[in-house]
Design a protein around this ligand. Structure first.
Ligand code: NI
Length: 136
């Protein structure tokens, strides 16, 4: 079994806000992410697939195919968008890095299996000091 990771970037705005809480509580829990007029992050996305090298190519999955898939299904949907308002797979959810990573996993999983390999991990770096990983 070998693992292949493709890295892509996107920039997006979001707001974390719980309507059941006071503004003060939202600010205390969510910090800058509770800014009423939204704020942005420069996200770095690592998508790792696994499988055995194809005898005809030596590839687990063609890296360009994987890159094109991530661009089409994820980057073109989220880049320079408002995650709270513009992204169908996040409608009704808190736009945390956790939920974003789960949504990205769900968007990519079946498409990657069509390429005869398996999605292993979605790693989403939100800031220089925070990242999340989802393994399904
Ligand atoms: Ni934020």
């Amino acid at each position: 079994m070998i693992f292949v990771t493709r890295i892509e970037h996107f920039n997006a705005a979001h707001k974390l806000w719980n309507d059941r809480w006071t503004p003060e509580m939202n600010k205390e829990v969510f910090g800058k992410c509770s800014n009423p007029n939204f704020h942005g992050h420069n996200y770095e996305l690592h998508v790792t697939v696994k499988g055995e090298p194809n005898p005809d190519t030596g590839f687990v999955m063609n890296a360009k195919t994987l890159g094109d898939l991530i661009k089409t299904k994820i980057v073109e949907v989220v880049d320079h968008c408002n995650l709270n308002m513009d992204v169908p797979f996040l409608f009704g959810k808190f736009t945390s890095a956790e939920n974003l990573a789960i949504g990205i996993w769900n968007e990519l999983k079946d498409e990657i299996e069509l390429q005869h390999c398996t999605l292993h991990c979605v790693k989403l770096i939100e800031t220089r000091s925070i990242y999340v990983e989802y393994y399904g």
